[in-house]
Design a protein around this ligand. Structure first.
Ligand SMILES: NC(=O)c1ccc[n+]([C@@H]2O[C@H](COP(=O)([O-])OP(=O)(O)OC[C@H]3O[C@@H](n4cnc5c(N)ncnc54)[C@H](O)[C@@H]3O)[C@@H](O)[C@H]2O)c1
Length: 282
């Protein structure tokens, strides 16, 4: 299937990043959010991001104009009707995503593929609420989308080979490197990453080393670009804790027990960069 127009639900951090990545690659975009303010903010973010690329001489002003002309913004789902693929990138909430996916399923032509950018909700479960479970798939982009090379493509139990092939080709056309993953909590990257961050909190709590030395150890010994504790501060300690709690309940395996120090810091409101204090002070 040739994907020339992509619909995007949500003009937030991920939605506008996906819109930019598509538009720069020559794909038309219809980006829908619930309010004019949200779509205006989303398109302004794309414009600012493209301006920075012009400054760095990565693109020209003409490239920017062409990309911006490919993005249509709207507050009406009806405007998605010309898309061959619709990527849902709305707020991470199960009930909201079920509502959106049902709404899309009811109005889109039967051959249109629906993808979700969810970080934590089961693709198999979301697919099951539609009448096109074989044409439902996960496309997990990483933040910031224009910079990050990876897309995890998540196959629900029902996803067809044809749907997978179309979405894999589309992610490649965006200049991304897709990896294919079966549906499971955390998919692949966060399944490995977040328990590693949690383990760094255990190491810190046991007083084995200072935060600076733990981070330096993982940077210099494992070639990681950022240490796990500094990364936790970037992601948000509350987000890390919530993810561990999902793994513990979904897998029922005590190896996913959240570190008590992580819980204590979240209880104190030390959530990382966004609150000015986490493991480090900002
Ligand atoms: N932020 C990240 O680092 C990251 C990384 C990978 C995946 N994700 C996932 O991407 C999705 C979006 O996250 P985000 O960080 O962009 O959130 P965000 O809060 O920045 O944006 C969400 C947008 O969805 C809009 N929205 C809410 N209900 C809607 C509806 N019914 N129809 C259309 N739009 C609606 C909101 O108005 C908002 O603009 C989530 O599922 C999240 O788990 C986020």
């Amino acid at each position: 299937m040739d994907i020339t127009t992509v619909g995007i639900i949500g003009a937030g951090t991920m939605g506008n990043g996906i819109a930019q990545a598509c538009a720069v690659s020559g794909i038309n975009v219809v980006m829908v959010d619930i309010s004019d303010a949200a779509v205006t903010k989303g398109i302004a973010t794309v414009s600012g991001s493209l301006d920075r690329l012009i400054k760095k001489e990565k693109i020209t002003a003409d490239d920017k104009a062409a990309a911006m002309a490919r993005i249509q913004v709207s507050t009406r789902y009806d405007d998605l009707k010309g898309a061959q693929l619709v990527i849902e990138a709305a707020t991470e909430n199960y009930d909201l995503k079920v509502k959106i996916v049902k709404q899309l399923d009811a109005m889109l032509a039967p051959e249109v593929i629906i993808a979700s950018n969810t970080s934590s909700i089961s693709i198999t479960k979301l697919a099951a609420v539609t009448g096109r479970a074989d044409k439902f798939i996960g496309m997990h982009f990483f933040n910031p989308v224009p910079m990050m090379a990876l897309v995890e493509i998540i196959r629900g139990l029902q996803t067809s080979d044809a749907t997978h092939a179309a979405v894999h080709a589309m992610a490649t056309a965006l200049g991304k490197t897709p990896i294919t993953v079966k549906n499971a909590p955390g998919f692949v990257v966060n399944r490995i990453l977040v328990p590693m961050i949690n383990e760094a909190f255990f190491v810190l709590a046991e007083g084995l080393a200072t935060p600076e030395d733990i981070d330096a150890g993982m940077k210099l010994g494992c070639n990681q670009p950022i240490g796990p504790l500094a990364l936790a501060d970037m992601v948000g300690l509350d987000v890390c804790l919530a993810v561990m709690e999902v793994y513990l309940s979904e897998f029922g395996d005590s190896k996913y027990r959240a570190c008590p120090l992580l819980k204590e810091m979240v209880a104190a409101g030390r959530l990382g960069r966004k609150t000015g204090q986490g493991v480090y002070t900002y």
